[in-house]
Design a protein around this ligand. Structure first.
Ligand code: GDP
Length: 296
């Protein structure tokens, strides 16, 4: 890995301190500079970093340094625990409606990985004995409907489509009705993204939301976009009641700081991590693993 791990950095800072007793404010300030750099290099938003540092500092000043625990280890442990806490603590599961079907709405920019995610979630649900229905609500990207049909075909899950001449709001509404008729217990609705946030996109997805009243609204975010992920999350969160986040493209060489930022900005748990283009490359999101990845 191209980055120097935080543990090594802190050991350098604290090397001289061994056996010194309590950590002074100066010692901690020096350490926090390293923590700050490590987080910024991992692409965590600077505001998020600032709040985070303040919290960690509070816990670290005055800490007792013993022979068995070096100050570096103690601080890394505090940072690690605090990161896990910030990312929601424990693993968060997909919603399940009291009365089926559970309606899941995808939101996000074009290219974030929404259509791919619909296929992946369907496969996961199917392996848990659920019966999903996929709804082709992205009528603007030329290949999106076909892409969803191919994905559905691969895993033998039906795809509801009304072509590209009917409004996505109507498609979503009829899709949910179809799921009820056919006893499908999850409806996964693909939606259109744009290259950037725009009003028409937001208005449309808000209307879909109002029409189908989803149990889960998943914001799909490309982890490789780093800082931009924060702006995207903010815009969607302001307009739409998000219930969860899915980070995609974590197979790339990103340190994953976007995870921390997006969670901090939206307050929504990150539910899944997508780690490749293949249909089975989807994992439940584990805050502890991501904390280790961010710290390097
Ligand atoms: P949409 O516009 O949001 O529906 O995005 P797509 O689902 O079409 O995905 C855009 C591109 O990203 C496609 O080429 C996908 O194969 C790719 N993709 C999606 N998820 C991942 C992932 O987790 N890792 C990688 N490497 N590629 C992904």
């Amino acid at each position: 890995m191209a980055f120097e791990g935080l543990t090594t950095r802190l050991q350098n800072v604290f090397g001289k301190l061994r056996g010194k007793g309590k950590l002074s404010e100066d010692d901690v300030n020096e350490a926090m500079r390293e923590v700050r750099l490590a987080l910024l290099e991992a692409d965590v938003n600077f505001k998020v970093v600032k709040d985070f540092i303040a919290k960690v500092k509070e816990k670290a000043v005055g800490l007792e340094v013993t022979k068995s625990f070096t100050p570096g280890m103690v601080v890394v442990d505090i940072v690690h625990k605090e990161l896990i806490e910030l990312m929601g603590g424990t693993q968060s599961k997909l919603a399940k409606a009291n009365r089926p079907p559970t309606v899941v709405l995808m939101a996000g920019l074009q290219g974030a990985g929404k259509t791919t995610l619909v296929g992946k979630l369907a496969k996961l649900l199917q392996s848990q004995n659920h019966k999903p229905l996929l709804v082709a609500g992205d009528i603007y990207r030329p290949a999106a409907i076909k892409q969803l049909q191919v994905l559905g075909g691969q895993i033998d899950v039906p795809v509801f489509s009304l072509g590209d001449q009917v409004s996505p709001v109507e498609i979503a509404r009829q899709g949910v009705a179809r799921a009820k008729e056919e006893g499908r217990d999850y409806v996964l609705i693909d939606t259109a993204g744009r290259l950037q946030i725009d009003e028409a996109l937001m208005e449309e997805i808000k209307q879909i939301h109002a029409a189908v009243n989803p149990d889960e609204v998943l914001l799909v975010v490309d982890a490789m976009t780093g800082q931009e992920a924060v702006n995207v999350a903010k815009s969607f969160h302001d307009q739409l009641a998000l219930t969860g986040v899915v980070l995609t493209k974590l197979d790339g060489d990103t340190r994953g700081g976007a995870a921390l930022s997006v969670k901090a900005v939206t307050g929504c748990p990150i539910k899944f991590a997508s780690t490749g283009e293949k249909i089975d490359q989807l994992e439940a999101f584990h805050p502890d693993r991501m904390a280790s990845r961010i710290l390097g």
